[in-house]
Design a protein around this ligand. Structure first.
Ligand SMILES: *Cc1c(COP(=O)(O)O)cnc(C)c1O
Length: 369
């Protein structure tokens, strides 16, 4: 027999997970019922409606995949790409690179365009690449959590649609923290994760597919290579037929339902405003401490602040001290930014004035000011 596990009290201000509100944890602690129980079916319907509201879409095919954000990524490529299809992937950080890897594993002929870390892609550059490559799908990350860059998406959907391709967007970090308007922006398929701005524990990946994407799905000549992620079967469990595919992670779904309730109670616009306001507060405080952003000016993500490590502090030691002495978790740099940058998250329930003030005071103390 092992001892009970001691959990320290933490404030999660990294790149995810974010702090989970007690009401979500309480929902998850409710008794497990069957995954085909009529009461559970009602909950499932409710979640699909909530997700449509949060994604700002009327897409019929909107549901949470079992698995983390990467499962959503893999779901879109596995279902919307057939072997030999051309995929244009925009890479300016870890998650764009991951999309290229996943698309390749799904048999796509991958064409990458790249821009330096921390920078966004100008739309003309993407459109020029589409005209050159003539891809079946174009994939881009809306909120690059590895670099803090906030990619504009709103004009891209129309350009992609005009050229007959599908637009796939990674909204893992943006959903619930900044506008993600799937219908208005003409996004064909998007995925997210629960542990970032939705403030639910990790474990589910909301996805949404436009009627054009569904058509592509239905016209496939080959079977989806992944049995587990095959939307043709999964949509039969989430739809009217309720055909068993795999056992839904029941208690996780209780949690997601409550987390989405919290998001919609606050209101999307109010929530986007709160994230923006807390980002502005943090940015002003960091500027006073001489800490600068590494992401492109004018395109900083509100929920993920990528900043240069302040002079006088050593990366790992300082992050460890924040954790041990103040209970605050922030994120290290990833990839090109490893050892050069920190990633300060202000996601969902973590984006509060209390947290911003505490982190700024802690940094001030550590810098000896
Ligand atoms: C976190 C994240 C992912 C991956 O999500 P996991 O839940 O870690 O699998 C994908 N894309 C972006 C932009 C992310 O921030």
């Amino acid at each position: 027999m092992s001892d009970t596990f001691h959990l320290p009290q933490r404030i999660l201000m990294g790149p995810g997970p974010s702090d989970v509100p007690p009401r979500v944890l309480a929902a998850m602690a409710q008794p497990t019922i069957g995954h085909l129980d009529p009461a559970f079916m009602l909950l499932m319907n409710g979640i699909c409606d909530q997700l449509r509201a949060v994604f700002c879409t009327s897409n019929q095919l909107t549901l949470p995949m079992s698995g983390t954000g990467s499962a959503g990524m893999e779901t879109l490529f596995a279902n919307l790409v057939e072997p030999g299809d051309k995929a244009l992937i925009c890479v300016n950080g870890v998650f764009g690179a991951r999309m290229a890897d996943v698309a390749e594993r799904c048999g796509a002929e991958v064409h990458r365009i790249e821009t330096p870390w921390g920078r966004i892609f100008p739309q003309e550059e993407i459109v020029a690449a589409i005209d050159r490559v003539r891809p079946a799908v174009v994939a881009i990350v809306h909120a690059e959590t590895s670099t803090g860059a906030h990619q504009p998406i709103d004009g891209l959907g129309a350009a992609v649609r005009e050229r007959g391709a599908l637009l796939l967007v990674d909204c893992v970090t943006s959903l619930g923290g900044a506008p993600v308007e799937v219908d208005a922006w003409q996004i064909d398929a998007a995925y997210s994760g629960t542990q970032k701005c939705l403030s639910c524990p990790p474990g589910l990946s909301p996805v949404t597919l436009s009627p054009r994407a569904v058509e592509r799905l239905e016209r496939r000549k080959t079977k989806v290579q992944s049995w587990y992620l095959d939307l043709a079967m999964i949509r039969k469990y989430w739809g009217a037929e309720r055909v068993y595919h795999h056992t839904a992670p029941i208690n996780m779904l209780y949690g997601l339902h409550e987390a989405l309730r919290a998001v919609l109670e606050e209101g999307l616009t109010a929530r986007w405003k709160r994230h923006r306001a807390m980002h502005n507060l943090l940015r002003a405080g960091l500027a006073e401490l001489g800490i600068r952003y590494v992401s492109q000016e004018g395109h900083h993500l509100p929920m993920l602040n990528a900043v240069a490590i302040p002079k006088g502090l050593e990366d790992a030691t300082a992050r460890r001290r924040l954790l041990d002495d103040y209970g605050i978790e922030i994120g290290a740099g990833l990839g090109d930014f490893k050892g050069n940058a920190w990633r300060i998250g202000l996601m969902g329930h973590s984006a509060t004035r209390r947290n911003v003030t505490l982190l700024l005071s802690a940094l001030k103390e550590m810098l000896g000011r």
